[in-house]
Ligand binder design. Structure first.
Ligand SMILES: Nc1ncnc2c1ncn2[C@@H]1O[C@H](COP(=O)(O)OP(=O)(O)O)[C@@H](O)[C@H]1O
Length: 339
């Protein structure tokens, strides 16, 4: 049987990877495409997301395609994953198969850094797909196939960019398992604000636990509540014009909550009305929805602010409504003092 193999970190798997598989099926006449997640890649020094999560994301992305199969051979082997070892093992296990090894053209450029490239090209037909629409020169017998480039990389996804290039089930998994969230925040916020957001997320979760609410929803609200905080007035203006032009009468420092509520939906693909609403109201405390009260309190009572907050935190855990009104009153006094 003809088998195409796509090896990679899949951290996470995205539509670029799927497109390579679709093209391989169509153009190479292979019966199956095996996706082979690597344990430890010799050419990247970054610590990969744990095997279990990368595998679960692959399985969910491939579920609609019965002829796409996850091959865990490299995950089962300890140490650095060298393709030459993998191909030898594949030949030993499946003597009758003919293998096509798929790579993107970024890999073609560094093919002589792979271990034993001469042996590799004898063990499989190497096939290279465009990532950027450009042909690359190579000394190796590697077939190059042009496809309309799918302009995305896993590293962009890990920064919270181009999330629309993920299968929706994979994006769901990312939020359910809280993967890459610090990367999403670090790309848009200063380190102190990232620390505050994660600390608020933890406190939101603590409050949610005390009141039998959805822990992950509360965590995500905390995580993203300040995602627009670094935006300038002119950057926020077009968002405000779409979302809530009537709120432009508020001073600009208040806008980031309104803008963030739209950004979580449109940029981060979080289509959850309660999350959006809680973030929308978090600056002024204008909603008594439980999630909105939670994030309002958690934001003001973040231990990283350095005030003694333990008693107030305990009150919010005990009685959300009473805690909320207490925090709101304290905040009002603070704001009046500032005027
Ligand atoms: N958008 C894309 N278009 C074409 N090939 C791609 C694309 N993204 C990844 N690849 C190829 O898929 C293989 C696995 O890549 P991987 O290490 O998982 O992801 P990434 O390069 O996105 O971080 C590599 O050979 C890579 O060149």
């Amino acid at each position: 049987m003809k088998i195409a193999i796509l090896g990679g970190s899949f951290d996470p798997v995205h539509l670029g990877h799927l497109q390579m598989a679709h093209q391989a099926k169509k153009l190479l006449g292979v019966a199956q495409v095996w996706f082979l997640p690597t344990k430890k890649t010799p050419l990247k020094d970054r610590q990969l997301t744990n095997d279990q999560d990368r595998l679960a994301m692959l399985e969910t992305a491939l579920a609609p395609y019965p002829e796409y199969i996850v091959c865990t051979l490299e995950l089962e082997r300890e140490g650095t994953s060298y393709t030459v070892d993998t191909l030898r093992e594949l030949h030993a296990r499946y003597a009758d198969h003919e293998f096509f090894w798929l790579i993107g053209n970024d890999q073609l450029e560094q093919f002589d850094r792979w271990k034993d490239p001469e042996t590799l090209v004898q063990l499989a037909h190497f096939v290279c797909f465009d990532r950027d629409g450009k042909s690359k020169k190579t000394a190796y017998p590697i077939r190059q196939i042009h496809m309309s480039p799918i302009p995305v990389s896993s590293s962009e996804i890990r920064k919270g960019k181009k999330l629309n290039y993920l299968a929706p089930q994979v994006l769901d998994y990312i939020y359910q398992h809280r993967l890459y969230l610090s990367g999403f925040l670090e790309e848009r916020l200063k380190p102190k604000r990232v620390a505050h957001s994660l600390s608020v997320a933890n406190l939101c979760e603590k409050f949610a636990r005390a009141h039998n609410l959805d822990l992950n929803r509360a965590f995500l609200i905390g995580c993203f509540h300040d995602i627009a905080k670094n935006m300038t007035e002119s950057e926020m203006k077009p968002w405000m014009e779409i979302v809530c032009p009537e709120n432009m009468r508020y001073p600009c420092p208040v806008w980031h909550g309104f803008v963030a509520s739209e950004i979580v939906d449109r940029i981060f693909g979080i289509h959850d009305l309660q999350i959006r609403q809680a973030i929308y109201h978090h600056v002024l405390g204008t909603s008594t929805d439980p999630y909105a009260m939670i994030v309002f309190c958690a934001d003001k009572l973040d231990p990283l602010r350095g005030y003694p907050v333990q008693e107030q935190i305990a009150l919010v855990e005990q009685d959300l409504s009473q805690g909320f009104w207490m925090v709101k009153e304290e905040n009002q006094k603070y704001l009046e003092g500032k005027e």
